[in-house]
Write a protein that binds this ligand. Structure first.
Ligand SMILES: C[S@@+](CC[C@H](N)C(=O)[O-])C[C@H]1O[C@@H](n2cnc3c(N)ncnc32)[C@H](O)[C@@H]1O
Length: 412
Protein backbone atom coordinates (compact mmCIF):
# COMPACT_ATOMS: atom_id res chain seq x y z
CA UNK A 1 0.00 0.00 0.00
CA UNK A 2 1.75 3.19 -1.15
CA UNK A 3 -0.20 5.80 0.87
CA UNK A 4 1.17 5.70 4.44
CA UNK A 5 -2.18 6.91 5.86
CA UNK A 6 -4.09 4.08 4.18
CA UNK A 7 -1.43 1.60 5.36
CA UNK A 8 -1.76 2.82 8.95
CA UNK A 9 -5.55 2.39 9.04
CA UNK A 10 -5.22 -1.02 7.39
CA UNK A 11 -2.95 -2.13 10.23
CA UNK A 12 -4.67 -0.17 13.02
CA UNK A 13 -8.33 0.57 12.25
CA UNK A 14 -9.44 3.44 14.45
CA UNK A 15 -11.35 3.90 16.67
CA UNK A 16 -11.28 0.33 18.03
CA UNK A 17 -14.76 -1.15 18.10
CA UNK A 18 -16.15 -4.55 19.05
CA UNK A 19 -19.12 -5.40 16.81
CA UNK A 20 -20.76 -7.39 19.62
CA UNK A 21 -21.18 -4.16 21.61
CA UNK A 22 -23.92 -3.21 19.13
CA UNK A 23 -26.17 -5.59 21.05
CA UNK A 24 -26.12 -3.32 24.09
CA UNK A 25 -25.52 0.30 23.03
CA UNK A 26 -25.67 2.78 20.15
CA UNK A 27 -22.78 5.24 20.00
CA UNK A 28 -24.29 8.71 19.63
CA UNK A 29 -22.07 11.59 18.65
CA UNK A 30 -21.53 14.64 16.53
CA UNK A 31 -21.64 15.17 13.69
CA UNK A 32 -24.43 12.98 12.29
CA UNK A 33 -27.01 12.55 15.03
CA UNK A 34 -30.08 12.79 12.77
CA UNK A 35 -31.91 15.36 14.92
CA UNK A 36 -28.80 17.54 14.76
CA UNK A 37 -28.48 17.07 10.98
CA UNK A 38 -32.10 18.13 10.56
CA UNK A 39 -31.54 21.21 12.76
CA UNK A 40 -28.26 22.43 11.25
CA UNK A 41 -28.64 21.41 7.60
CA UNK A 42 -32.37 21.39 6.83
CA UNK A 43 -33.75 24.13 9.09
CA UNK A 44 -35.58 21.44 11.06
CA UNK A 45 -37.88 20.93 8.08
CA UNK A 46 -36.59 17.72 6.53
CA UNK A 47 -39.34 15.17 6.03
CA UNK A 48 -37.65 11.82 6.70
CA UNK A 49 -40.63 9.94 5.25
CA UNK A 50 -39.10 10.89 1.88
CA UNK A 51 -35.96 9.28 0.38
CA UNK A 52 -32.67 10.39 1.91
CA UNK A 53 -29.12 9.68 0.69
CA UNK A 54 -26.13 9.97 3.02
CA UNK A 55 -22.41 9.44 2.45
CA UNK A 56 -19.94 8.73 5.24
CA UNK A 57 -16.59 9.61 3.70
CA UNK A 58 -13.74 7.94 5.58
CA UNK A 59 -16.25 5.88 7.55
CA UNK A 60 -13.57 4.05 9.56
CA UNK A 61 -14.88 1.44 11.96
CA UNK A 62 -18.42 2.68 11.42
CA UNK A 63 -19.59 5.08 14.17
CA UNK A 64 -21.37 7.63 11.97
CA UNK A 65 -22.53 5.01 9.47
CA UNK A 66 -24.19 2.96 12.18
CA UNK A 67 -25.68 6.02 13.90
CA UNK A 68 -27.16 7.43 10.70
CA UNK A 69 -28.41 4.07 9.41
CA UNK A 70 -30.02 3.25 12.76
CA UNK A 71 -31.68 6.67 13.15
CA UNK A 72 -32.98 6.53 9.58
CA UNK A 73 -34.32 3.02 10.08
CA UNK A 74 -36.00 4.06 13.34
CA UNK A 75 -37.85 6.72 11.35
CA UNK A 76 -38.78 4.23 8.61
CA UNK A 77 -37.00 6.49 6.14
CA UNK A 78 -36.41 5.03 2.66
CA UNK A 79 -32.72 5.87 3.01
CA UNK A 80 -29.37 4.80 1.62
CA UNK A 81 -26.24 5.30 3.72
CA UNK A 82 -23.05 4.93 1.67
CA UNK A 83 -19.88 4.07 3.57
CA UNK A 84 -16.53 4.80 1.91
CA UNK A 85 -13.03 4.16 3.26
CA UNK A 86 -9.59 3.24 1.95
CA UNK A 87 -9.10 0.68 4.74
CA UNK A 88 -10.61 -2.76 4.18
CA UNK A 89 -9.81 -3.69 7.80
CA UNK A 90 -11.91 -0.76 9.06
CA UNK A 91 -14.68 -1.67 6.61
CA UNK A 92 -14.84 -5.25 7.91
CA UNK A 93 -15.48 -3.95 11.44
CA UNK A 94 -18.16 -1.51 10.23
CA UNK A 95 -19.82 -4.30 8.21
CA UNK A 96 -19.82 -6.62 11.23
CA UNK A 97 -21.45 -3.89 13.35
CA UNK A 98 -24.17 -3.37 10.74
CA UNK A 99 -24.75 -7.12 10.62
CA UNK A 100 -25.20 -7.39 14.40
CA UNK A 101 -27.84 -4.65 14.18
CA UNK A 102 -29.48 -6.13 11.10
CA UNK A 103 -29.09 -2.85 9.21
CA UNK A 104 -29.77 -3.33 5.52
CA UNK A 105 -29.75 0.32 4.43
CA UNK A 106 -25.93 0.61 4.16
CA UNK A 107 -23.87 0.29 0.96
CA UNK A 108 -20.18 -0.36 1.59
CA UNK A 109 -17.47 0.90 -0.79
CA UNK A 110 -13.67 0.69 -0.61
CA UNK A 111 -11.74 3.60 -2.13
CA UNK A 112 -10.56 7.16 -1.69
CA UNK A 113 -12.94 10.07 -1.32
CA UNK A 114 -10.65 11.86 -3.77
CA UNK A 115 -11.94 9.48 -6.46
CA UNK A 116 -15.65 10.06 -5.77
CA UNK A 117 -16.18 11.80 -9.10
CA UNK A 118 -15.47 8.57 -10.99
CA UNK A 119 -17.49 6.28 -8.71
CA UNK A 120 -20.94 7.22 -10.01
CA UNK A 121 -22.56 7.07 -6.59
CA UNK A 122 -24.84 10.01 -7.35
CA UNK A 123 -25.44 13.05 -5.16
CA UNK A 124 -26.02 13.06 -1.43
CA UNK A 125 -28.37 14.98 0.84
CA UNK A 126 -25.89 14.71 3.69
CA UNK A 127 -22.17 13.90 3.91
CA UNK A 128 -20.31 13.00 7.10
CA UNK A 129 -16.55 13.47 7.05
CA UNK A 130 -15.26 13.12 10.58
CA UNK A 131 -11.55 13.12 11.32
CA UNK A 132 -10.48 12.46 7.73
CA UNK A 133 -9.71 15.68 5.81
CA UNK A 134 -6.84 16.62 8.15
CA UNK A 135 -5.06 13.38 7.13
CA UNK A 136 -5.10 14.17 3.40
CA UNK A 137 -2.11 15.67 1.61
CA UNK A 138 -4.50 18.28 0.22
CA UNK A 139 -7.54 18.70 2.53
CA UNK A 140 -9.01 21.38 0.24
CA UNK A 141 -9.04 18.92 -2.68
CA UNK A 142 -10.80 16.42 -0.40
CA UNK A 143 -13.49 18.88 0.62
CA UNK A 144 -13.95 19.94 -3.01
CA UNK A 145 -14.44 16.28 -3.99
CA UNK A 146 -17.16 15.99 -1.35
CA UNK A 147 -18.81 19.28 -2.34
CA UNK A 148 -19.03 18.00 -5.91
CA UNK A 149 -21.31 15.13 -4.83
CA UNK A 150 -23.41 17.11 -2.34
CA UNK A 151 -26.97 18.12 -3.25
CA UNK A 152 -27.19 21.93 -3.53
CA UNK A 153 -29.76 21.95 -0.70
CA UNK A 154 -27.80 19.41 1.33
CA UNK A 155 -24.97 19.76 3.79
CA UNK A 156 -22.05 18.16 5.55
CA UNK A 157 -20.97 17.40 9.09
CA UNK A 158 -17.21 17.79 9.47
CA UNK A 159 -14.66 17.20 12.19
CA UNK A 160 -11.18 18.64 11.91
CA UNK A 161 -8.52 18.69 14.58
CA UNK A 162 -8.28 21.84 16.69
CA UNK A 163 -4.80 23.38 16.81
CA UNK A 164 -4.96 24.94 20.28
CA UNK A 165 -6.51 21.94 22.03
CA UNK A 166 -3.88 19.60 20.62
CA UNK A 167 -0.99 21.39 22.29
CA UNK A 168 1.79 18.97 23.03
CA UNK A 169 0.71 16.46 20.39
CA UNK A 170 2.92 17.73 17.61
CA UNK A 171 5.99 18.05 19.86
CA UNK A 172 5.45 14.42 20.96
CA UNK A 173 5.12 13.36 17.30
CA UNK A 174 8.35 15.23 16.51
CA UNK A 175 10.22 13.58 19.39
CA UNK A 176 9.08 10.15 18.20
CA UNK A 177 10.29 10.88 14.68
CA UNK A 178 13.73 11.72 16.15
CA UNK A 179 13.72 8.53 18.23
CA UNK A 180 12.59 6.26 15.38
CA UNK A 181 14.90 4.59 12.92
CA UNK A 182 14.13 4.53 9.23
CA UNK A 183 12.09 1.54 8.04
CA UNK A 184 11.18 0.37 11.56
CA UNK A 185 7.77 -1.32 11.85
CA UNK A 186 4.92 0.51 13.61
CA UNK A 187 5.23 -1.89 16.55
CA UNK A 188 8.66 -0.39 17.30
CA UNK A 189 7.13 3.10 17.22
CA UNK A 190 4.40 2.00 19.64
CA UNK A 191 7.02 0.67 22.03
CA UNK A 192 8.98 3.94 21.83
CA UNK A 193 5.80 5.97 22.35
CA UNK A 194 4.93 4.04 25.50
CA UNK A 195 8.46 4.51 26.83
CA UNK A 196 8.43 8.22 26.07
CA UNK A 197 4.98 8.80 27.58
CA UNK A 198 6.12 7.11 30.78
CA UNK A 199 8.99 9.60 31.04
CA UNK A 200 7.34 12.89 30.10
CA UNK A 201 8.17 15.53 32.70
CA UNK A 202 5.35 17.38 34.47
CA UNK A 203 6.09 20.50 32.46
CA UNK A 204 5.63 18.80 29.09
CA UNK A 205 2.79 20.33 27.09
CA UNK A 206 1.07 16.98 26.47
CA UNK A 207 1.28 16.01 30.15
CA UNK A 208 -0.41 19.27 31.03
CA UNK A 209 -3.10 19.00 28.35
CA UNK A 210 -6.27 17.82 30.09
CA UNK A 211 -8.15 17.76 26.77
CA UNK A 212 -6.09 14.90 25.36
CA UNK A 213 -6.54 11.72 27.36
CA UNK A 214 -7.32 8.89 24.95
CA UNK A 215 -3.71 7.72 24.83
CA UNK A 216 -3.58 7.26 28.60
CA UNK A 217 -5.61 4.07 28.20
CA UNK A 218 -2.56 2.65 26.45
CA UNK A 219 -4.53 1.21 23.51
CA UNK A 220 -2.21 0.73 20.52
CA UNK A 221 -4.63 2.03 17.86
CA UNK A 222 -5.19 5.23 19.88
CA UNK A 223 -1.44 5.74 20.38
CA UNK A 224 -0.78 5.28 16.67
CA UNK A 225 -3.58 7.66 15.68
CA UNK A 226 -2.41 10.38 18.07
CA UNK A 227 1.37 10.13 18.13
CA UNK A 228 2.60 8.06 15.19
CA UNK A 229 0.40 9.36 12.41
CA UNK A 230 2.26 9.85 9.14
CA UNK A 231 0.13 12.88 8.24
CA UNK A 232 -2.08 15.11 10.31
CA UNK A 233 -2.59 18.80 10.71
CA UNK A 234 -4.79 20.91 12.94
CA UNK A 235 -6.97 23.94 12.35
CA UNK A 236 -8.05 27.21 13.90
CA UNK A 237 -11.63 28.44 13.49
CA UNK A 238 -10.70 30.98 10.81
CA UNK A 239 -8.83 28.33 8.81
CA UNK A 240 -11.88 26.09 8.72
CA UNK A 241 -13.97 29.01 7.52
CA UNK A 242 -11.44 29.63 4.73
CA UNK A 243 -11.30 25.93 3.83
CA UNK A 244 -15.11 25.79 3.55
CA UNK A 245 -15.26 28.90 1.36
CA UNK A 246 -12.68 27.47 -1.04
CA UNK A 247 -15.20 24.72 -1.83
CA UNK A 248 -18.18 27.08 -2.11
CA UNK A 249 -19.41 26.16 1.39
CA UNK A 250 -20.04 28.04 4.62
CA UNK A 251 -20.28 27.13 8.28
CA UNK A 252 -23.76 26.98 9.78
CA UNK A 253 -22.60 26.31 13.33
CA UNK A 254 -19.86 24.75 15.37
CA UNK A 255 -20.83 21.98 17.76
CA UNK A 256 -21.44 22.40 20.61
CA UNK A 257 -22.34 26.08 20.26
CA UNK A 258 -21.60 27.01 23.90
CA UNK A 259 -17.92 26.26 23.40
CA UNK A 260 -17.68 28.88 20.65
CA UNK A 261 -19.49 31.62 22.60
CA UNK A 262 -17.26 33.91 24.71
CA UNK A 263 -20.26 34.60 26.99
CA UNK A 264 -20.05 30.98 28.17
CA UNK A 265 -16.74 31.74 29.85
CA UNK A 266 -16.81 35.46 30.69
CA UNK A 267 -18.75 37.31 33.35
CA UNK A 268 -16.96 40.69 33.20
CA UNK A 269 -19.47 43.12 31.60
CA UNK A 270 -16.75 45.32 30.06
CA UNK A 271 -15.16 42.39 28.25
CA UNK A 272 -18.53 41.05 27.15
CA UNK A 273 -19.60 44.44 25.81
CA UNK A 274 -16.39 44.74 23.75
CA UNK A 275 -17.14 41.41 22.09
CA UNK A 276 -20.88 41.86 21.67
CA UNK A 277 -20.79 43.33 18.18
CA UNK A 278 -18.27 40.94 16.66
CA UNK A 279 -19.43 38.60 13.89
CA UNK A 280 -20.24 35.05 15.06
CA UNK A 281 -17.04 33.65 13.55
CA UNK A 282 -14.91 36.30 15.24
CA UNK A 283 -16.60 35.46 18.53
CA UNK A 284 -15.93 31.78 17.86
CA UNK A 285 -12.24 32.51 17.20
CA UNK A 286 -12.07 34.46 20.45
CA UNK A 287 -13.73 31.65 22.39
CA UNK A 288 -11.31 29.15 20.84
CA UNK A 289 -8.35 31.18 22.17
CA UNK A 290 -10.03 31.78 25.50
CA UNK A 291 -10.87 28.15 26.25
CA UNK A 292 -7.72 26.71 24.67
CA UNK A 293 -9.06 23.16 24.96
CA UNK A 294 -10.95 22.59 21.69
CA UNK A 295 -9.05 19.60 20.35
CA UNK A 296 -11.46 18.89 17.52
CA UNK A 297 -13.71 21.28 15.67
CA UNK A 298 -17.07 19.81 14.69
CA UNK A 299 -19.21 21.87 12.36
CA UNK A 300 -22.04 21.69 9.86
CA UNK A 301 -21.50 23.33 6.47
CA UNK A 302 -23.84 24.03 3.56
CA UNK A 303 -23.58 25.79 0.19
CA UNK A 304 -22.37 29.37 0.64
CA UNK A 305 -25.30 31.71 1.17
CA UNK A 306 -27.61 28.99 2.47
CA UNK A 307 -26.53 29.00 6.14
CA UNK A 308 -29.30 31.32 7.40
CA UNK A 309 -32.03 29.02 6.03
CA UNK A 310 -30.17 25.82 6.98
CA UNK A 311 -30.16 26.67 10.70
CA UNK A 312 -33.40 25.94 12.55
CA UNK A 313 -34.44 28.71 14.94
CA UNK A 314 -36.98 28.63 17.71
CA UNK A 315 -38.52 31.93 16.62
CA UNK A 316 -42.09 30.91 16.00
CA UNK A 317 -44.79 29.24 18.00
CA UNK A 318 -45.09 26.31 15.58
CA UNK A 319 -41.49 25.17 16.24
CA UNK A 320 -41.27 21.77 17.89
CA UNK A 321 -38.46 21.49 20.46
CA UNK A 322 -36.82 18.08 20.47
CA UNK A 323 -34.61 16.57 23.15
CA UNK A 324 -31.61 14.59 22.01
CA UNK A 325 -32.43 11.88 24.54
CA UNK A 326 -36.17 11.69 24.36
CA UNK A 327 -37.24 11.68 28.02
CA UNK A 328 -38.21 15.28 28.97
CA UNK A 329 -39.63 14.50 32.42
CA UNK A 330 -36.47 12.57 33.40
CA UNK A 331 -34.34 15.50 32.25
CA UNK A 332 -36.51 17.89 34.27
CA UNK A 333 -36.08 15.76 37.41
CA UNK A 334 -32.30 15.73 36.96
CA UNK A 335 -32.00 19.53 37.22
CA UNK A 336 -30.38 20.54 40.52
CA UNK A 337 -30.55 24.08 41.92
CA UNK A 338 -31.72 25.49 38.58
CA UNK A 339 -28.36 24.75 37.02
CA UNK A 340 -27.00 22.27 34.52
CA UNK A 341 -23.37 21.13 34.33
CA UNK A 342 -21.30 19.90 31.43
CA UNK A 343 -17.76 18.65 31.20
CA UNK A 344 -15.76 19.02 28.00
CA UNK A 345 -12.11 18.29 27.37
CA UNK A 346 -11.07 18.94 30.95
CA UNK A 347 -13.32 21.96 31.55
CA UNK A 348 -16.30 21.76 33.90
CA UNK A 349 -19.03 24.35 33.30
CA UNK A 350 -22.30 25.10 35.01
CA UNK A 351 -25.08 27.11 33.39
CA UNK A 352 -27.99 28.84 35.13
CA UNK A 353 -31.44 27.81 33.94
CA UNK A 354 -34.56 30.00 34.02
CA UNK A 355 -37.35 29.54 36.59
CA UNK A 356 -39.62 27.62 34.21
CA UNK A 357 -36.87 25.28 32.92
CA UNK A 358 -38.04 22.08 34.59
CA UNK A 359 -41.71 22.77 33.82
CA UNK A 360 -40.96 23.34 30.13
CA UNK A 361 -38.57 20.40 29.80
CA UNK A 362 -41.10 18.07 31.40
CA UNK A 363 -43.57 18.93 28.63
CA UNK A 364 -41.19 18.55 25.66
CA UNK A 365 -42.13 15.30 23.94
CA UNK A 366 -40.84 15.94 20.42
CA UNK A 367 -44.41 16.36 19.12
CA UNK A 368 -45.76 19.42 20.94
CA UNK A 369 -45.06 22.82 19.43
CA UNK A 370 -43.98 25.78 21.54
CA UNK A 371 -47.55 27.14 21.34
CA UNK A 372 -48.92 23.85 22.64
CA UNK A 373 -46.43 23.70 25.50
CA UNK A 374 -47.26 27.28 26.45
CA UNK A 375 -51.02 26.56 26.42
CA UNK A 376 -50.48 23.50 28.62
CA UNK A 377 -48.46 25.54 31.10
CA UNK A 378 -51.04 28.31 31.04
CA UNK A 379 -53.89 25.95 31.85
CA UNK A 380 -51.92 24.04 34.50
CA UNK A 381 -49.93 26.83 36.14
CA UNK A 382 -51.14 30.17 34.75
CA UNK A 383 -47.94 30.81 32.74
CA UNK A 384 -48.59 33.76 30.39
CA UNK A 385 -47.13 33.83 26.85
CA UNK A 386 -44.60 36.60 27.59
CA UNK A 387 -43.19 34.76 30.63
CA UNK A 388 -43.04 31.53 28.63
CA UNK A 389 -41.26 33.15 25.67
CA UNK A 390 -38.65 34.76 27.92
CA UNK A 391 -37.86 31.57 29.82
CA UNK A 392 -37.95 29.33 26.75
CA UNK A 393 -35.43 31.63 24.99
CA UNK A 394 -33.08 31.38 27.99
CA UNK A 395 -33.58 27.62 28.29
CA UNK A 396 -33.04 27.11 24.56
CA UNK A 397 -29.77 29.06 24.59
CA UNK A 398 -28.36 26.75 27.24
CA UNK A 399 -29.88 23.47 26.08
CA UNK A 400 -29.18 23.97 22.38
CA UNK A 401 -25.74 25.29 23.34
CA UNK A 402 -24.86 22.04 25.09
CA UNK A 403 -26.33 19.90 22.30
CA UNK A 404 -29.43 18.72 24.13
CA UNK A 405 -32.29 20.49 22.30
CA UNK A 406 -32.89 20.98 18.60
CA UNK A 407 -35.87 22.25 16.64
CA UNK A 408 -38.00 20.58 14.05
CA UNK A 409 -40.90 21.76 11.98
CA UNK A 410 -42.30 18.53 10.58
CA UNK A 411 -44.59 16.32 12.64
CA UNK A 412 -44.06 12.60 12.30
C1 LIG B 1 -9.44 8.81 12.26
S1 LIG B 1 -10.30 7.70 11.25
C2 LIG B 1 -11.96 8.33 11.45
C3 LIG B 1 -13.00 7.31 11.13
C4 LIG B 1 -14.44 7.77 11.29
N1 LIG B 1 -14.78 8.85 10.40
C5 LIG B 1 -14.73 8.14 12.72
O1 LIG B 1 -14.92 9.33 12.99
O2 LIG B 1 -14.78 7.25 13.57
C6 LIG B 1 -9.90 8.24 9.60
C7 LIG B 1 -10.42 7.30 8.53
O3 LIG B 1 -10.27 7.95 7.26
C8 LIG B 1 -9.89 6.97 6.31
N2 LIG B 1 -9.26 7.66 5.16
C9 LIG B 1 -8.08 8.29 5.13
N3 LIG B 1 -7.86 8.83 3.92
C10 LIG B 1 -8.96 8.53 3.17
C11 LIG B 1 -9.36 8.81 1.84
N4 LIG B 1 -8.58 9.51 1.01
N5 LIG B 1 -10.56 8.35 1.41
C12 LIG B 1 -11.36 7.64 2.22
N6 LIG B 1 -11.03 7.33 3.49
C13 LIG B 1 -9.85 7.77 3.97
C14 LIG B 1 -8.98 6.07 7.09
O4 LIG B 1 -8.79 4.82 6.47
C15 LIG B 1 -9.67 6.00 8.44
O5 LIG B 1 -10.56 4.92 8.52
Amino acid sequence: MSDPVAAQYEAYPYPSRNPQDEKTRLIDGSPSNLKEVDHYVFGGARDFRLPFRALVAGGGTGDATILLAQHLRDRHCPAEVHYLDVSTAARRIAEARAKVRGLTNIHFHTGSLLDLAGMNLGRFDYIDCCGVLHHLADPAAGLAALAAVMQPEGGMGLMLYGALGRRGVYEAQAMLRILSERGEPLTAGIDLAKRLLAQLPQTNALTGNAAIGDYRRGEDAALVDLLLHPRDRAYRVAEIDALAHRSGLEIVSFINPWRYDPDSYLTDPTLKARLADLAPLERASFAEMLAGNIKSHICYVVAAGRAPSALARPDDASSIPVLREADGPAFARAIKNDRISVRSDGLEMSFALPRLAAAILARIDGQRSLAEIQRLLESEAGVRPAAFDKDFAALYKVMNGIGRVTIRRVRS
